[in-house]
Structure formats: C-alpha cells, structure tokens
Design a protein around this ligand. Structure first.
Ligand SMILES: [Mg+2]
Length: 344
C-alpha cells in the first residue's frame, strides 16, 4: 500500500466573499492511497477560520504517515491512520475519504451503500451567491438557474444585507437560505430575521459569533425563522451545548474530520429532533462527492463547492433538476478529468 499527495489550486469562478473574507482561489491537498490496482482518493480543503492551512497539512504528510500492512477493516485502519493527522480535521477527513474510497472499490459497493444511505433519496442542493460586486448579481442568478434553492451570504450590516437581498429578489423569487457567517449583532439579527421572514427564506445560518450563544438563545425565541449552527457545530461534541439554542446543525466533513464522525453527528441530531444540513467549503469534486454519498441521511444539502470553481479536475456527483445524482460506480465513483500529471 502506498500513500501519496499533491497540492492543487482551485480557482473561484467569481471572487468568493463571505462576511469575514474574500478569496479568488484556494490551495487544497489531494491524498491518494494505492493498493492492488485501486486508488482511494481524498481531499483536504483547510479553512483559516479553524486555524488550518495547506502548509500545516503538507508538513504532516511530508513527515510521513505510517500505514498498516493491509486494509482488512476500514474502521481499524482509520483508527491507526487518522490520529496521525494530529487533529488537523481537513487532513483527517482526506485520509478518511481515501480509506473508504479504496475499501468500497475493493468491495464493489458505493460509500452511500457502505453507510446504509438510500441513493433514491438524494436531496436538492442549494447554490451559493457570495458577497461581492452587486452588479454581478444578475449574472450570478443566471448561473444559478439549474438549482432550485439559493444560499445567500449576508452578515455585513443591515443596510448592505438588505441591498443584496433586494438585488437578488429583483431577479428571482426562488427559495433562499441565508448565511450570516457570524456577522450580525443581536439588534441586527432580530431585525434581519423578521425582515427575511417575508422574503421566501427557509432559515438563517449562524447569525452570531460562535462564542455568543447567549444572544443566539435570545434571537431564537424571537425569530420567525429557524436558526442553523455552522461555526457552532464543528463536531459531535458541540451538539449537546447548542441543543435548544439552534434548530439544526450544518455538518461539514472538513470541520468534523471523518465520515464516521459525520454519521455520529447525524445520529445525535436526529435523537434531538434537530434539522441537519450537509455543507462544504470551496472544494473540488472529491470532497463534494464524499459528502454527497451521505446526503440521503440529511434534510438539506448545500454541496456546491465544486460548482463555484472553474477548474475542477475530477468529476463525481452531478446535478439533475437541482437534485444531486451519485455516480453509478463503486467507492466515491470519481473520474479524473484533468491532464495534470500530478493528479491520479
Ligand atoms: Mg455557513
């Protein structure tokens, strides 16, 4: 068995702006696990919000990862390998994806089947309109036509947020999910949730800083819209603390660190009757396809990271009538669509 890795720069179709940052590109890391003619693939899309970087990840990989001799059990194999990511969750999940991709290809089953999810129940995904030049909104809305649900990034202040919403509503009346990315204070959050409730908005994600659960609890009592935790929902340890304060959680593989942990979050949220969204970073089709295999288990999918870049080197999950469609192959079901010699 052989582990290899490479960095790759994914370029955003439009500068990707949220309340705290804007990016033209992201440097990601691909991890490959080769054995018996199969290649298991994983993707690491680190986020500065969680103090992770491509350099941290490469440093650990260059230091060497010890692998068991054979992949005879993906859980035992994961228990040996994943702690070597030293709690860098974006690296841990790349290794987790690669292990399960390899295992499921050998077994001739999809990752979706491995986790007992029903591929007949794939959800629709939202498509994100990031913060940026208001003049680009008609073009962005036109690009979003294949998708039935929009995710709108807000959180830069009441006046600007209303300008963004008004510019979008001038173009479309489709269902909207709002993500404030921790950008509001209590007064703005209360005003915006009431104002958005008349705008065909389904819910509001992460209104306040993750450290401000006190105001989140106050807002939840007054908000006509459900509140979904993202920066407050990193892994399963967070769920007991935010239960009763948020209506639901946003699970992202890059935050929670491995696919088994994501499944644990689904189970814990279900036990508490919390809503579940499956989200993503800006990622290519390896990471998005891995999440898509779990998407029949959740209420909302926000798996559009690969749709917001213009040089995705892989193909995997696709979209039909706004709905995610898994590839009809074992493992993650990926194909390499780039001629880049560093990629496999
Ligand atoms: Mg979010």
């Amino acid at each position: 068995m052989e582990l290899s890795f490479t960095t790759f720069r994914i370029n955003c179709t439009h500068p990707f702006g949220i309340s705290r940052s804007t990016h033209d590109y992201y440097d990601i890391v691909y991890v490959y696990l080769k054995s018996e003619g199969f290649v298991g693939r994983g993707e690491s899309a680190p986020s500065a919000r969680y103090n992770e970087s491509t350099k941290n990840i490469i440093d650990i990989l260059e230091g060497g990862i010890s692998l068991p001799e054979a992949l005879t059990d993906p859980i035992k194999f994961s228990n040996h390998v994943l702690p070597q990511a030293k709690s860098l969750k974006a690296l841990e999940v790349a290794l987790s994806m690669a292990i399960l991709d390899l295992w499921c290809q050998k077994e001739g089953i999809s990752i979706c089947e491995y986790f007992g999810a029903n591929p007949e129940k794939m959800p629709k995904t939202s498509f994100t309109i990031s913060i940026g030049d208001l003049n680009l909104i008609p073009e962005k809305i036109s690009e979003a036509k294949p998708y039935n649900i929009l995710k709108i990034k807000l959180g830069i202040g009441e006046k600007q947020d209303k300008e963004i919403m008004n510019a979008i509503r001038a173009e479309t009346d489709t269902l909207i999910r709002v993500d404030a990315n921790e950008g509001w204070d209590l007064e703005t959050g209360i005003k915006m949730c009431h104002w958005l409730a008349d705008q065909n908005v389904e819910f509001v994600e992460q209104p306040f800083k993750s450290t401000n659960l006190k105001d989140t609890a106050i807002l939840r009592k007054q908000s006509p819209l459900p509140l979904i935790a993202d920066e407050n929902s990193i892994n399963s340890n967070d769920i007991p603390e935010i239960y009763g304060i948020f209506d639901g959680i946003n699970i992202k593989l890059m935050k929670c660190g491995n696919l088994f942990e994501a499944i644990k979050m689904v189970k814990m949220a279900r036990e508490r009757e919390m809503k579940i969204m499956l989200g993503c970073m800006i990622e290519s089709s390896i990471g998005i396809t891995a999440a898509a295999h779990l998407s029949p288990l959740v209420d909302y999918a926000d798996l559009d990271g690969n749709l917001l870049i213009n040089n995705d080197p892989y193909s995997g999950v696709t979209i039909k009538n706004g709905r995610l469609v898994l590839p009809n192959k074992s493992g993650l079901g990926l194909s390499l669509s780039s001629k880049d010699k560093n990629l496999i």
